[in-house]
Design a protein around this ligand. Sequence first.
Ligand code: SF4
Length: 517
Amino acid sequence: MNIEKFQESMYKLIVETSTNLPKDVRRAIKAAAERENAGTRSAMSLDTIKNNIKMADDNVSPICQDTGLPTFKIKTPVGANQIEMKKAIYNAIAQATKDGKLRPNSVDSLTGENSGDNLGGGTPVIKFEQWEKDHIDARLILKGGGCENKNIQYSLPAELEGLGRAGRDLDGIRKCIMHSVYQAQGQGCSAGFIGVGIGGDRSSGYDLAKEQLFRTVDDVNPHPELRDLEEYVMENANKLGIGTMGFGGETTLLGCKVGVMNRIPASFYVSVAYNCWAYRRLGVAVNPESGEIQEWMYQEGEKIDFAQPAAQEIAAAVEAPVEQNVVTLTAPITEEQIRELKVGDVVRIDGMMYTGRDAIHKYLSDHDSPVDLNGQVIYHCGPVMLKDEEGNWHVKAAGPTTSIREEPYQGDIMKKFGIRAVIGKGGMGAKTLASLKEHGGVYLNAIGGAAQYYADCIKSVEGVDLMNFGIPEAMWHLNVEGFTAVVTMDSHGNSLHEEVEKSSLEKLAQFADRVYK
Ligand code: SF4
């Protein structure tokens, strides 16, 4: 094989997967946007998502800043040199990281040290299989941490919140799948897709679930009982009212694919792999001699390009006849300004904000801050950054990360430094909510995955601290304009996340009765 060409082909596969959402996923998002009621928070989020997809196309930049753990599934003809292919994939991954198409995401599990090039023990994941065809089938999925953390595995029989006993039968499986959508809420950047694996052991069950994510959104399951189950879930999960980003709304789930394998009599697992709307998976057929791409996969049907100017559409969405109040804030923000905000208000931020993820939160809880954070805004974000030849930093992708990870620290840090607003996704818990009330703070939910839209709002990078934590974890000083997010936790003890969780649990309970006899 021409291994240099193969490396080039893998590089193209990585870049396309990170920047160009597949056609079937685009159609599912378009259909969801059409179902959503105009002027709602979910409709506004979907508008932002559509714009973001278009901006990623235009800029050939990552759709979401979290480019996940690259996972390749490769089928090779007998005789293909998998050792050489693996080396070529490693080189392609390192190059794509250097070019800002992937975020450096591989960290030492014990020290937290970032390898800087997405290579390290276990990363990327490459699974080879031999087959009897004469071409190479190479598929890639980039699945971010926010949705990966919402994967769930059930061991039947089980007692499920809202649904009661789930037994070792099709009805028990149905309950597990419904519950999996409920427990994800908006934290996996809903509206999402689920792959379900029935059977196997703990690891092969999850593999089977992830395997389902390589199916096309609009295929039809050849297994009649699984097809019925998929249809049932699609119809009913959307009645839970969780909506895009967990803001409430008509569409919670965009796709459900179920596979089955044998198990041993003692175990009965139902494994669910949750994927966010930024469902980045593509594939290529490669010639095993030339190493060149023969064909791209997932290319059937119409391609929606969401071609509307970003600024206009965002402005239209924000200015539509919505029930929300739109408030512009510039740091330093006073306690009085914060106390005026209520859940549901839309906030547009101009001026400075500082990124902070897990490492920064832990650091700030034990040390002084490198900058004065009094009245300031913290953004839960691990951006994709590139340095130009003059040494200036540029933001390539900068959407919010999952906030709940900072729950142990957030309230204390806000009080310690006088921080007034935190921005992230998925909401935070009771401890933070109590601190927001006591201190006068607010939690703003940005649109998860809208990494291009938010990167566009960042007008300059004013500095960076704590680079020793690596690019995604450093504290970036960002000057923004028109950075839009929704108040989902206010200083009066209200949390939209709590409300949606409670109402979706009530709705879930309506599905407790046996459906499959
Ligand atoms: S869209 Fe959300 S869940 Fe998906 S990769 Fe991006 S941040 Fe993670």
